[in-house]
Design a protein around this ligand. Structure first.
Ligand SMILES: [Fe+2]
Ligand SMILES: [Fe+2]
Length: 352
């Protein structure tokens, strides 16, 4: 039996004020899962999520915008446009709304994204620019050719990456580089020999952010698909990017580490979370990345115990920005929930 939408709506919107934030996140991700299973309830689900933007938690709202993008249906564009256009809304939520429009990838969204290319918030401006370039590429013959090449490669890797995992893979804000000149193995470009090229593009501040993002996701794919040496070199390149001057760029690196749950990222993510001079959006992603790695760890090593203490510290620090504090609280509550054998509904989806 499919879960009841009214119950999920009540949990997500929490009008009664008695639902914990991690439970509201689980309701949101259950709604996302249901939207992919039932075409006829998709619009109702989008309206339930879109009806939650009057909440006071920017963390939850940015996640709702993210989920609306991942559902990938133009029906959500009205909700997302409203969020982006609300200049009183938290910049992290508006950024996620613009990114979600990029994920949906309809040319219908171009005028509103173009309008906010001059927004007062730099992360919103940069995200609109990325989303516009993604939509243009996806809808061009060049982008479609790349898409076919990617599908052929995914098929060739059929054993390594199963079809279900591919279907539920998150939509990236910029597609990973697919075409590498002079590649020896055209079936797998995410290998050690290409890391220097990806790294050079990724770290070059003179290049457009969109190209650097494409290299970032190529490095992410290298960590997922390359051998041990390739993984180490790619993680090292990603960590080097944390010195970049764009907070948006740095937050996306932390998001990628959240996807990867790679133990080699723990020290860097702990440092980011602990840095009170760092942008709150970046620290939020670092907290979530740490939650993911610690969740996967069998026994905590030293650096992981320190990461846990850092999460605990910022979860209770009343001086911490609210999105940072709530990210730590949700990460810790999720770990406790997923380790509780009496629960049966682990949060299975990557969060934004
Ligand atoms: Fe984001
Ligand atoms: Fe996020």
């Amino acid at each position: 039996m499919l879960p009841d939408l009214d119950g999920l709506e009540a949990c997500l919107h929490n009008k009664a004020g008695d639902v914990k934030l991690d439970a509201r996140f689980r309701a949101l991700f259950t709604l996302k899962g249901l939207a992919s299973l039932s075409e006829d309830r998709k619009e109702q689900i989008i309206d339930i999520i879109g009806g939650g933007f009057d909440d006071d938690s920017a963390l939850l709202k940015h996640e709702m915008a993210y989920v609306l993008g991942q559902i990938k249906d133009t029906y959500a564009l009205g909700h997302l446009r409203r969020v982006l256009a609300d200049e009183k809304e938290h910049a992290m939520v508006r950024h996620e709304a613009a990114e979600a429009m990029g994920a949906i990838s309809s040319t219908e969204a171009l005028p509103v994204l173009e309008k906010y290319l001059n927004d007062s918030d730099v992360s919103v401006r940069e995200t609109c620019d990325l989303a516009i370039k993604k939509i243009q590429l996806d809808n061009s013959p060049e982008g479609q050719k790349e898409q076919i090449l990617k599908e052929q490669r995914d098929k060739a890797h059929g054993d390594a990456i199963d079809a279900a995992a591919r279907a539920s893979a998150p939509i990236d804000p910029a597609p990973a580089i697919v075409d590498v000149k002079n590649a020896k193995d055209t079936d797998n470009v995410y290998s050690l020999e290409h890391v220097p090229e990806f790294r050079a593009t990724f770290l070059d501040p003179e290049l457009p952010l969109f190209d650097r993002y494409r290299a970032m996701f190529a490095l992410r794919n290298t960590v997922q698909q390359g051998d041990n040496d390739a993984q180490i070199a790619a993680v090292d390149a990603l960590v080097a990017g944390l010195k970049d001057q764009s907070a948006l760029f740095r937050h996306e690196i932390c998001f990628v580490f959240g996807e990867l749950c790679h133990p080699a990222s723990v020290a860097a993510m702990t440092k980011v979370l602990d840095d009170t001079n760092e942008h709150e959006m970046v620290r939020h992603e670092a907290a979530e990345a740490l939650g993911g790695v610690l969740e996967d760890a069998e026994n905590l090593e030293n650096s992981q115990s320190e990461a846990l203490r850092t999460l605990q510290r910022w979860a209770t620090d009343s001086e911490a920005p609210r999105v940072v504090r709530e990210s730590c609280v949700v990460a810790l509550d999720e770990m406790a929930y997923n380790n509780d054998p009496t629960q049966f509904q682990p949060m299975d989806s990557i969060v934004a």
